[in-house]
Structures are given as C-alpha cells and as structure tokens.
Design a protein around this ligand. Sequence first.
Ligand code: TXA
Ligand code: MG
Length: 316
Amino acid sequence: MNRKDTLYLTADLDGIHEAAKLLRAGELVAFPTETVYGLGGDARNDDAVAQIYAAKGRPSFNPLIAHVASPEAARRHVHWNDAAERLAQAFWPGPLTLVMPLKPDHGISSLVTAGLDTLAVRMPAHPAAQQLLRSFDGPVAAPSANPSGRISPTTAQHVREGLNGRIAAILDDGICNVGLESTILGLAGDPTLLRPGGLAREEIEAALDQELHVHQQGEALSAPGQLLSHYAPDSAVRLNVSTPQGDEILLGFGDMDCDLNLSVAGDVNEAAAHLFSALHLLDKTGRPIAVAPIPMHGLGAAINDRLSRAAAPRDQ
Ligand code: TXA
Ligand code: MG
C-alpha cells in the first residue's frame, strides 16, 4: 500500500471531523495523544486494522490497543472488574492501558487482539484524541505512529518522517506532553505490570493498595510487542555513560556537562517528555549516542526500559 499524499490536518473542529470521516471510511489517521502519536484505524474493521500492520511493517502477532472515549465505551468490549473501576476513576483519561478479558459479541476485529482472548483498552487524555473518539463514536485501534521497531513519535513531524505516503492523514496538535507510551497493566488475573510507561508503577500500587506483579521475560502472560530491540535509532546507543568515548555524543540528565540534556533539574517527568525527541534529534547527527545514568524512580523505570531496548542488539 503506497499513497502519494498524506493529508495534513490541523486539530480544529474541521480537522477533527475530517479525521473521523476518514476513519469511518476505513482509512488510517495518525492523531496526538498525551503519550505519543497513535496510528488510528477503526478497530471493528478488519481491512483498516490490516492496513495498520502494513503501514508500520508490524508483525501481526503483536496486538493493538483499542482507544475509547469513556469507561462505558470500554465496558462494551471487555469484562470490567473492581480493580478496573478503581483505576479508571483514578487515572482515566490518562496514560494507563488495561488488558482485560473480551466479552462475547465484543465487535472488535480479531486482528486487533492478534487472536488473544483479552483486549488492551485505553481512554487517552489529549483533548484532540478525545474529540476524535467522540466524533468517530467507536473504538480506534492505534499503535504508536512509527515504523515498527523505530523511535516513537512525539510530534506530527516525527510521524511524517516515518509514515508519509503510507497513511491517509496526520492530525497535528503539537508536542505530546507525557512523551512515553502508556503503562500497560494486565487485569485478567492478579494486577500485572506488562509494560512500564507514562503512569508510574508507584501511583498504581497506591491506588490499588497492593504491589503489582511484574511480568518477567518468558512468562506466559505478556505484552507480545515487548521485543528486545525497539525504539532503535540508526546510531549505536551506549547506556550509563559518564565519560563519552571517541565520536560519541552525550545525552545527559541532571546538572552535568553534555551535548543535550533530558532535564537539567534532574526531573524524571521532564526527561520522559524529552526522551524520544532527543533520540530523533541525536540520530540525525549520525554519531554514536551515549546516555548518562537515569534514576529508576517514577517514570525513570519506563525511561530506562525504552533506553535498554534502544541499546539492544538489532538482529531481529
Ligand atoms: O501510549 C500508548 O500506549 C500508545 C498511544 C498511541 O496510545 N500506543 C502504543 O501502542 O504504545 P503500541 O502498539 O506501540 O504498543 C501496544 C502494546 C504492545 O506491546 C502490545 O503487545 C501490547 O500493547 N498489547 C496489546 N494488546 C495486548 C493484549 N491483549 N495483551 C497483552 N499485551 C497487549
Ligand atoms: Mg510502539
């Protein structure tokens, strides 16, 4: 599938209506969320969902998140429970995805779930995403809007660089303010952290008043998309560096001497918001990338998760 022109839409009322119209016609639209830009298609339409996998070059065993306008909309598709209710009250709309058992007659394309009997659902907080979901009035399947395995997009320009000519439109509404993908929590059994992300584990544990089970590599229940090499720039990436070597360009954290700093103040939320933009930018220099140590508390866990995948061997 190759198109000549990807439409560029401003996220005003007209742009949102045009985007919803394209989704209804089975087309793909990239749209902003507070985490990263998503590549949206009608989650009930097999053809639209198949196009998402094709446009990204994504393996079809890696299921997608269904984006919904409200908790009520989520409950149409999955078996809701007390933990979900508590978490939705506390954190929706926001950067938290819940993986829950599908209902019979859920209406979701089996390509979205890659044949699993669970569905990942999320209600995003970004106003343009909410308006789009309300205007479309149905579930929108959306992975991050980047070619599979590459750095996730936090601006419309990042989306354009990766997917121009492969999707119908990009709805532009500036920079994503969380900057890391949502935290994914499995709620089919004991609450299990499947992917660290834009909502800190500590906050979820406080809301549930219990410790989360953390998914270990090789365990049966998992987020199948957690491939080791991911978020990869073209350049090599080396972690926990205080002194760069050779031609390396240093991405810093906190008050230090470096080429680009994720947060001079040493704030992990600020660093999360800047991470993907920094990697996109440094990648353009063509120089190997060295990254200073980032603490593990709060969103630091998700930052370190993404960095370790960006630095992993790329033999897949
Ligand atoms: O913030 C986000 O979550 C962004 C925005 C666009 O919402 N989306 C995103 O989607 O990061 P994606 O496709 O890049 O990552 C979705 C992850 C994958 O690792 C996938 O394996 C996992 O969710 N996933 C989806 N459905 C699942 C399921 N039923 N069980 C376990 N993991 C699932
Ligand atoms: Mg992704």
